[in-house]
Write a protein that binds this ligand. Structure first.
Ligand SMILES: NC(=O)c1ccc[n+]([C@@H]2O[C@H](COP(=O)([O-])OP(=O)(O)OC[C@H]3O[C@@H](n4cnc5c(N)ncnc54)[C@H](OP(=O)(O)O)[C@@H]3O)[C@@H](O)[C@H]2O)c1
Length: 325
C-alpha cells in the first residue's frame, strides 16, 4: 500500500487538508467579526469530525486575518494544537505606495514573516513552511540560512515550496541540508496541464500546455508531497452554476453528478477522488468554509480507492474536451 510522502518523513496527518484562505472574512479590509470567528470554528470542527487534521495558511491570506482568526480559536482551545498539522507560507509581499506587489525570499523577510505567522496563529511552531511563489531573486544560500535558523530555534519543523518547477526546486535543494517536503500547485479537473504535459510528449497538440516538465515524476521520485490548491475548481463540477462555462466544463459537471448519484456519494467526493487516484498521492487543499461542503469531501478517499481506470479517464477526457492523442 502506498503511503503519503509526508508520512515517510514522519508527519502523521490526514489525506485532505483544509485551506484557510477565506477565514476571517477574506480579502476585504473589514475587521474580523465574531461571526467570522464562529464560521471558522465551525469549519475547523467539521473538518476534525470527518478526519481532516491538517490546515493550510499563508501569512498574506486576508492580509493576516486568516491566521489571526485561527489563532483566536486556538487560544480558546490550546489542546487542539498538538492534534493538528499547521502549514503556512511566506514570500509574497503586498505593495505600498509606489512599491509593487512582489516576491521576497530574503533571509530577513522569511524570518520576519514566520514570526508574524506564529504570533497571529498563537503557536510556538509551524509544522511546515512553504515558499509561496518563486522569487526570481532567490539566493538558495540565503534561504538555507533562514531555514536553518528557523529549524534550530524550533519555529519550523519542515520546509517546502509552492508553484515551483523542477529546476527551481533542484536549485534551492542543493543549498539545503534537509529534503524539501512539499510542493503545492494548482491541480484539478479544470486545470489539467499537469496531466496533459505528460501525454503530449513530442506532439504539436502539446505546444500550448503549460506545466513544468518532469515535475510530477521528480516529486514522486524524491518523496516530495504534492498538494493541490483549487482542487474543487471552486465548485465548477460540484454544484456551482456553470451556465456560462464552456461545453467541456458543463458536460463534466453533468458527468460528475451522474457518477455521484450512481455511487451514492457527493460530487465533491468524485472530484477529489479523481485527483487522489493519481499515484503521486496528492493531498487536496480544500478551500471551503462551508460545513456541509467540507463534510461532502469526506468520502473522497474511498472514491479514489474504488474509481476504475475507465471512470478516471472518462472524467479526464470529458474535462479536457478532447480525446486522448
Ligand atoms: N499555493 C497557492 O498559490 C495557493 C493559491 C490559492 C489557494 N491556495 C490554498 O488552497 C486552498 C483552496 O483553494 P481554492 O479556494 O481556490 O480552492 P477550491 O477548494 O477549489 O475552492 C473553494 C472555493 O470554492 C467555493 N465553492 C466550492 N464549491 C462550491 C459550490 N458548489 N458552489 C459555490 N461555491 C463553491 C468555496 O466556497 P465555500 O467556502 O462557500 O464552500 C470556496 O470559496 C486555499 O484555501 C488555500 O489554502 C494556495
Amino acid at each position: 500500500m502506498r503511503v503519503l510522502p509526508l508520512a515517510q518523513r514522519g508527519v502523521t496527518t490526514s489525506r485532505l487538508v483544509l485551506g484557510c484562505m477565506t477565514f476571517g472574512g477574506g480579502w476585504s479590509r473589514d475587521p474580523i467579526t465574531k461571526a467570522d470567528i464562529q464560521a471558522a470554528e465551525q469549519a475547523i470542527d467539521t473538518a476534525l469530525s470527518v478526519g481532516i487534521s491538517m490546515f493550510d495558511h499563508a501569512n498574506i491570506y486576508g492580509r493576516g486575518k486568516a491566521e489571526e482568526t485561527f489563532g483566536t480559536i486556538l487560544k480558546g482551545r490550546p489542546a487542539l494544537r498538538e492534534q493538528i498539522v499547521i502549514q503556512s507560507k511566506c514570500g509574497i509581499r503586498f505593495g505600498e505606495g509606489s512599491i509593487p506587489n512582489r516576491f521576497d525570499f530574503s533571509r530577513a523577510h522569511i524570518l520576519e514573516a514566520v514570526d508574524g505567522s506564529l504570533q497571529r496563529l498563537a503557536v510556538d511552531y509551524l509544522d511546515i513552511l512553504l515558499l509561496h511563489r518563486p522569487d526570481p531573486l532567490m539566493e538558495p544560500d540565503e534561504v538555507a540560512e533562514a531555514f536553518g535558523q528557523l529549524k534550530a530555534t524550533g519555529k519550523v519543523r519542515y520546509f517546502g515550496v509552492s508553484n515551483m518547477n523542477v529546476a527551481q526546486m533542484r536549485f534551492l535543494q542543493r543549498a539545503l541540508p534537509d529534503q524539501l517536503a512539499v510542493n503545492q500547485l494548482e491541480l484539478s479537473l479544470a486545470h489539467l496541464h499537469w496531466l496533459d504535459q505528460g501525454i503530449h510528449v513530442n506532439q504539436k497538440a502539446g505546444v500550448t500546455v503549460n506545466f513544468a516538465e518532469g515535475l510530477l515524476e521528480y516529486c514522486q521520485t524524491e518523496a516530495i508531497q504534492l498538494q493541490a490548491w483549487g482542487p474543487l475548481a471552486q465548485g465548477r463540477f460540484s454544484g456551482r452554476s456553470v451556465e456560462t462555462e464552456p461545453d467541456n466544463i458543463r458536460q463534466t459537471a453533468a458527468l460528475v453528478k451522474q457518477m455521484a448519484t450512481e455511487k451514492e456519494t457527493t460530487p465533491e467526493a468524485i472530484v477529489l477522488g479523481w485527483l487522489m487516484k493519481h499515484p503521486a498521492m496528492i493531498q487536496p487543499v480544500v478551500g471551503s468554509i462551508n460545513p456541509q461542503r467540507i463534510a461532502a469531501c469526506h468520502a473522497a478517499e474511498q472514491q479514489a480507492q474504488t474509481m476504475t481506470r475507465e471512470e478516471w479517464y472518462a472524467l479526464y477526457v470529458s474535462a479536457r474536451g478532447n480525446p486522448m492523442p
